[in-house]
Write a protein that binds this ligand. Structure first.
Ligand code: 3PG
Length: 403
């Protein structure tokens, strides 16, 4: 497959100072704040191994300000050390302390900068030339020879650390970005049906927007919903009380789109038919009318059965986001049923995102799924046909590099 951007094959990185943006955004236990799965760290190993004769500085985000998983990258550095890399951490991003540490990195060493989202300017989303003006980019780029972007999971974000450096440094994709783009391109090349999207989890505002774009492509036959995304649509359909909107960030802006989508695609959007709620410390499977305002933490048994059947009969399945609060075993059933069905499906299957991917691995289903993508939102955005921001930026950089 012809790639429209440059890769590690196109630069001589030996002995060079390389700024490498990766996505090590891991699942984190909300109580202990410990990382619970390092799949995304394992996924960047090939790039880091290939850069083992260079001076590598890693930049990455973890969580979002205000979220339970918004933590420092110290644990990620430890994980890299455990994987055999000569990694160290500096509690700074582009200040004096970071600059000094960067100047001391030697060939074969990896310096991990602090969580880039601790810098407020990183949260701004704007075109590459605009975010390139952020001090993060302006302070750091003169210290490097190359920028390598291997952050596939965040490829749909036009933020300073992801696209800003591509305007000022010779920039190429890392091996993970390359592999994801190649694999996903071939996976969506098929014209087989039924084509099923399984969409759950949180980040509801983002997902509703992407779902709207994806449904307008007519690619999807069934969009099977769960998690907080499912709850939003159940409220929009008047099946579940609006009291259940509390955990949904951005509910107000998403509810109208959900209502419009239900009207426009009544046969494509498949909603849960029953619920599992937490009553006391117990899982209770019930009809929506019996939920009693107890926390809605999983799809119910009837819904699971329906989704399983639909998934197994599909020719193509893309899944992103858990069906419920899978961190609590009693409420992991919907997600594990769906994952087992995906593994049993004889068609092309892609599971994306940190949570679903981690669970598929934990259940040892990786070999039965066509592709475990590190991208959640990035993968679903890819399906809409819109070019990912990271790709647009790397393409522009490639043109500049060719003069
Ligand atoms: C993800 O987990 O989907 C990526 O790391 C991107 O994170 P974000 O949705 O917070 O930008």
């Amino acid at each position: 497959m012809f790639l429209t951007f440059k890769t590690l094959d196109d630069i001589n990185h030996r002995g060079k100072r390389i700024l490498t943006r990766v996505d090590m955004n891991c699942s984190v236990d909300p109580v202990t704040k410990q990382i619970t799965d390092i799949s995304r760290i394992e996924a960047i190993q090939q790039t880091l191994q290939e850069l083992s004769s260079s001076k590598v500085v890693l930049m990455a985000h973890q969580g979002r300000p205000g979220s339970d998983d918004f933590i420092s990258l110290e644990q990620h550095t430890k994980a890299l050390k455990n994987l055999g890399f000569n990694a160290s951490f500096v509690d700074d991003i582009f200040g004096q302390k970071a600059k000094e540490a960067i100047s001391q990195v030697k060939d074969g060493e990896i310096l991990v900068l602090q969580n880039v989202r601790y810098f407020e300017g990183e949260l701004k989303k704007a075109p590459a030339h605009e975010v390139a003006q952020e001090p993060l980019v302006q302070e750091l780029y003169p210290l490097f020879d190359f920028f390598v972007n291997d952050a596939f999971g965040a490829a749909h974000r036009s933020q300073a650390s992801l696209v800003g450096f591509t305007t000022v440094l010779p920039s190429v994709a890392g091996r993970l970005v390359e592999k994801e783009i190649r694999t996903l391109t071939s996976a969506i090349g098929t014209d087989q049906h039924p084509w099923t999207l399984v969409l759950g989890g949180s980040k509801v505002e983002d997902k509703v927007k992407t779902l709207s774009r994806l449904l307008s492509t007519d690619r999807v036959d069934y969009s099977v919903l769960g998690g907080l995304v499912g709850t939003l649509f159940l409220i929009a359909a008047g099946k579940v009380s609006e009291n259940y909107s509390k955990p949904i960030k951005g509910f107000e802006s998403a509810i109208e789109t959900a209502q419009e989508l239900l009207q426009e695609y009544p046969d494509v959007i498949i909603l849960p038919e029953d619920a599992a709620v937490k009553r006391g410390n117990t899982r209770i499977d019930c009809d929506f009318s019996e939920m009693n305002n107890d926390p809605f933490l999983d799809i119910g048994l009837q819904t699971s059965d329906k989704y399983v059947k639909l998934i197994k009969e599909s020719a193509v399945v893309f899944a992103n986001g858990p069906m419920g609060y899978f961190e609590n075993e009693a409420f992991a059933k919907g997600t594990s049923d769906v994952l087992n069905a995906i593994a049993d499906c004889k068609g092309i299957t892609v599971v994306g995102g940190g949570h679903m991917g981690a669970m598929a691995k934990k259940m040892s289903l990786d070999d039965s799924i066509t592709h475990l993508s590190t991208g959640g939102g990035a993968t679903i955005n890819f399906l809409t046909g819109k070019k990912l921001d990271l790709v647009v930026a790397l393409e522009a950089a490639a043109k500049r590099m060719d003069g």
